[in-house]
Write a protein that binds this ligand. Sequence first.
Ligand SMILES: *Cc1c(COP(=O)(O)O)cnc(C)c1O
Length: 364
Amino acid sequence: MSAVFNFCAGPAMLPAPVMKKAQEELLDWNGQGVSVMEVSHRGAPFIEMAKSSEACLRELMNIPDNYHVLFMHGGGRGQFSAVVNNFLGNNGRALYLVSGQWSKAAAEEAQKLAGEAQIDVLNIVKKDNGLNAVELPVFSGSAEQYRYLHYCPNETVDGIEIFDDIDCPWPVIADMSSNIMSREIDVSRFGLIYAGAQKNIGPSGLAIVIVRKDLLSLPQLTQSSIMDYRLTAENDSMYNTPPTFAWYLAAQVFDWLKSIGGVKAIAAINAEKARRLYACIDDSGFYKNGVVKANRSQMNVTFQLADESLDKAFLQEAEAAGLVALKGHRIVGGMRASIYNAMPLEGIDALVSFMNSFAAKHGR
Ligand SMILES: *Cc1c(COP(=O)(O)O)cnc(C)c1O
């Protein structure tokens, strides 16, 4: 096997022990002589796996009992629609904060589906000395004004993270696709958290939804049954056939995270990973990052080279050194190192050492 460090933004690398275990069990899961992909989701072994994966996730994130945990289809974007369908109603209003590409896309989808209902959009990124900075407004207003507030605490494309909690009179809905379980959060501050799985949880296609139970009585828009939170909850996420293999792998990732000390332990490692990489950028005089320190993402580190014409050489030489998928998103250009939970500290050290020698070689 070729040894590489994979900095892909998503689908992203998975923990090596998880991949190894999945490989070992691929043809014979749970002593049944068949793969987990080939068994009924209604059979006892799968249901047991599903239950224990939920219990493990609840423990990892300290999810209170008055929240459902749902395993759904359709990834992150599926939830852009599901949130609107489940919570907006025919004449409701919702507030969308925009801090980058993904929150913008969520707001656009909401506007597309809203019909007679109203979507208010608020851009919260300002320039501070030429750098992107998030400025959270003080939210006031009546509890009735909005059905919910939606935002994205980690903008995967832009490399912008919001560490402060949102204080407002409305249920807060957060797209945590790229930073779920990367640091400790207080779930009780949220009405709903969702995440497409392919960054910090497992393979693509699956979405995890954590939703406060009382919110499921809000008036809904007419919608497809598989997007319906109530129906999904009533059927233990098995109204239709769930993405069983993705669920199984997610369960392995939860077990792995628990085995290394849980979210608290990984948060310390993640902070150190980000610290080392941003220090390399800041100290280089060759690389730059365009985000104020308080909003620099710990999961997606974006940077530009002093001379854009070196981008191609950077990517080629990085790849030759076993550091892959560092190209930034086509919308923003430059470079991006996605350093989710599964990326070990050694990957950061290898990248930093490569970046230092590339900068030395290409004249700073
Ligand atoms: C990747 C991502 C999505 C989209 O996920 P899909 O599964 O491709 O729909 C949405 N939001 C954020 C923050 C993401 O990083």
